[in-house]
Design a protein around this ligand. Structure first.
Ligand code: NDP
Length: 418
């Protein structure tokens, strides 16, 4: 299942590792900070985005110089000419999911490795699916280039937590519950912790979970559970929803009988979302307004606080992890692997809240894995197909330490209809 690990000495004699980060939002800021902290790996950094002033604002926060550039990542020729001019070894795509395919096309044309944190989604259909990107497998193979998909936290760390548990603690895994709790508070009545348009499209979509070899569809937010996090993070209502890593994990771990994703939401958040949905503000179809065509969700995103400005206001901790049930040596067991991340500590380190931090750090580590030759097999790969061990070691070193505990086999989430 794992990609054969390449010789890590492969790049030790290679001094130059120039990286281009595309997207200067909340996540882009964290990735840039974290790459800048490792000059021996990321010897040169270019930060490119639609609005160069945002790249320059991030560059001004750093203690080492980086280059910035303006680029429209929807435009392949523009991307190719920037890549040919800058000649990076790798692109870290932290723009929006809409740009995944154009950036992959440009990487193929310019001969550059690729990594992202979210799967492609067409702007006019709220569908998170991997088939568009998996279809690039042969082209990346033929070009001898690596594309790593979904190296954020979820997807990303959660896929690797699953792979790590499967590798070290089980002969076969049967059930997976990914639990994403944000115990933080930014003080706004309603704001999203990452790009509002993508966030709202995700949480208002129908729920799908994996059960007995197929995806089962249920209404959005219709199932919930109370969940008490470890280390006094608190007790939260978590809701079952579709999340993109379920598609790749259920494919790459065919022994899974059930895989579900849960996220915490406050009553306040859900009430706002319900009202916004009821009045049509979350719609993705254009509507005519005073002679102009506007997309309601884009207008709503414009009105909501920019997630990259939430850092100084957010207090509390996140707790994201995977509970896996399976068998080892004929015995049923349940393991829980999780990370807890403090919003205020993230802000002190990289001027960002923990949601962008927990996405940006795994993106940096995934990029480091490619540049060091540890995950550099030509083709298109989801992170759980790669060796989890060096990634997990780096999580502990670079700001996202994790713990693994064994739970009582009698453990079950107290699931109820909401
Ligand atoms: P933001 O909206 O804060 O930032 C997106 C950035 O991309 C902005 O700087 C934006 O430019 C830029 N951008 C958008 N369109 C283009 C374009 N056509 N050309 C060039 N640049 C463009 O989003 P986040 O930082 O919150 O999220 C970034 C990515 O991370 C998203 O894909 C999101 O889905 C993903 N994510 C993944 C998570 C995970 O755990 N796997 C969790 C959270 C996010 P401008 O500033 O000009 O608008």
């Amino acid at each position: 299942m794992a990609i054969p690990t390449l010789n890590t000495n492969d790049t030790e004699d290679k001094p130059m590792s120039k990286v281009m980060i595309i997207g200067a939002g909340g996540v882009g800021g964290v990735v840039t900070h974290k790459c800048a902290q490792l000059p021996e790996i990321f010897t040169e950094i270019v930060l490119a985005s639609r609005t160069e002033a945002k790249c320059q604002a991030i560059a001004a926060q750093l203690s080492r110089p980086i280059r910035t550039a303006q680029v429209d990542a929807d435009n392949v020729p523009e991307l190719v000419s920037l890549l040919q001019k800058e000649k990076p070894e790798l692109v870290i795509n932290v723009a929006l999911p809409y740009q995944d395919l154009t950036i992959m096309d440009a990487c193929l044309e310019a001969g550059v490795h690729y990594l992202d944190t979210a799967n492609y989604e067409p702007q006019d259909t709220a569908k998170f699916e991997y088939h568009w990107q998996w279809a690039y497998q042969q082209r990346f193979l033929d070009a001898g280039l690596t594309a790593i998909l979904g190296s954020g936290f979820d997807p990303g760390a959660t896929n690797l937590f699953t792979a790590y548990l499967a590798k070290h603690y089980f002969d076969e895994i049967h059930e997976l519950d990914i639990i994403d709790v944000n115990g933080g508070d930014h003080g706004y009545p309603f704001a999203t912790n990452f790009n509002p348009e993508i966030n709202i499209r995700e949480v208002s979509a129908e729920c799908r979970h994996w059960e007995n070899g197929e995806f089962v569809t249920t209404p959005a937010m219709s199932m919930k559970a109370h969940y008490t996090c470890p280390e006094d993070v608190g007790t939260f209502d978590i809701y079952r929803m579709y999340h993109e890593e379920l598609e790749s994990i259920s494919k790459h771990f065919p022994s899974l009988r059930r895989a579900q994703f849960w996220m915490s939401f406050s009553d306040n958040y859900l009430k706002h979302l319900e009202v916004l949905e009821n009045v049509g503000m979350t719609g993705i179809e254009p509507v005519e307004f005073q002679g102009q065509s506007i997309v309601p969700i884009q207008f709503l995103a414009h009105l909501l606080p920019d997630p990259s400005t939430l850092g100084p206001r957010t207090k509390g901790r996140t707790c994201i992890g995977c509970i896996v049930r399976g068998v080892k040596d004929g015995r049923e067991k349940v393991m829980y692997l999780y990370n807890i991340c403090d919003h205020e500590s993230c802000y002190q380190e990289v001027q960002s809240q923990a949601i962008s931090y927990t996405t940006g750090v795994p993106a940096m580590i995934g990029a480091k894995m490619i540049l060091q030759g540890k995950w550099r097999q030509p083709g298109v790969w989801n992170v759980e197909q790669c060796d989890p061990d060096p990634f997990m070691e780096d999580m502990n070193l670079y700001g996202l330490p994790w713990k693994v505990v064994e739970l009582n086999p009698a453990f079950h989430l107290d699931i109820a209809q909401s």
